[in-house]
Design a protein around this ligand. Structure first.
Ligand code: ZN
Ligand code: FE
Length: 257
């Protein structure tokens, strides 16, 4: 049985420790900062066996060097990006097996936020970095809207029960936008209230269920006619396909941020 531990870093980053129940071996996902990771490893008596990177941004990679100075472990990450300490470049279809517990994670190519962004999928969990967020998605820094849309469609094809472990706690702000884009979506309105309540109590809203994302995350819903109409009203002209709707909804959110 997979067990995932949550580490908070910086203002709103999540670093995930993936392991197997009852075993000390863990993989560290996107260690932007080494200090909170080392503290947690020591506190819980864990043995790091790998670092898994989703993309090259500093808030996901900044702690690698310090961790490697302590723990000589392999660093997995996207083959398409330059990450200095990478020992095992990965691409779609590759599988990472965690030493000790035998857990297997397969790799999805999900370009868009960055050119080479990858996600890790296994045991009903998706570690998706800055591609999909709870009720949102990553900004298009290096890829096109078409690439990001294709990446998100790949994620949307996964089972509803998939747990989404994204890399930031952005959910409350994302839902503020989702309720503007889909003012008549009851699932979105209900989720906004639920998340506001959780955040007031200082609780995390990640991981989330992919099924819930499919109902409430506007960036997984470009094919929904009412969202298309709202995007057309915002941009002031007709949109002809889900990619255009996605690009418009992304621009709409960027314009409000
Ligand atoms: Zn990023
Ligand atoms: Fe990030």
């Amino acid at each position: 049985m997979m067990e995932v531990r949550t580490i908070h870093a910086f203002d709103d980053n999540y670093i995930w420790l993936i392991g197997c129940q009852g075993r000390p071996e863990v993989a560290i996902v996107d260690p932007g900062d080494a200090d909170p990771v080392i503290a947690r490893l020591e506190q819980d008596g864990l043995k790091p066996v790998a670092i898994l990177i989703t993309h090259h941004h500093g808030d996901h990679t900044g702690g690698i060097a310090e961790l490697l100075a302590r723990y000589p472990i392999p660093v997995y990450g996207p083959a398409q990006e330059r990450i200095r300490q990478l020992s095992h470049p990965l691409k779609e279809g590759d599988v990472v097996e965690l030493a000790g517990c035998g857990l297997r994670l397969s790799v999805l190519d999900t370009p868009g936020h960055t050119r080479g962004h990858i996600c890790y999928m296994g045991e009903g969990a998706l570690f998706c970095g800055d591609t999909l967020f709870a009720a949102g998605c990553g900004r298009l820094f290096e890829g096109s809207a078409e690439q990001m849309h294709r990446s998100l469609e790949k994620i949307r094809a996964l089972p509803d029960q998939t747990l989404v472990y994204c890399a930031h706690e952005y959910t409350e702000a994302n839902l503020r936008f989702a309720c503007i884009a889909e003012a008549n979506n009851p699932d979105t309105l209900a989720r906004r209230d639920e998340v506001a309540h959780l955040r007031r109590q200082g609780q995390d809203t990640v991981p989330s269920l992919l099924g819930r994302e499919k109902l409430t995350n506007p960036f997984l819903r470009s094919h929904i006619p009412s969202l298309q109409q709202a995007a057309e009203a915002w941009v002031g002209h007709a949109l002809h396909n889900p990619v255009e709707v996605f690009a418009t909804v992304r621009n709409w959110k960027d314009a409000l941020d």
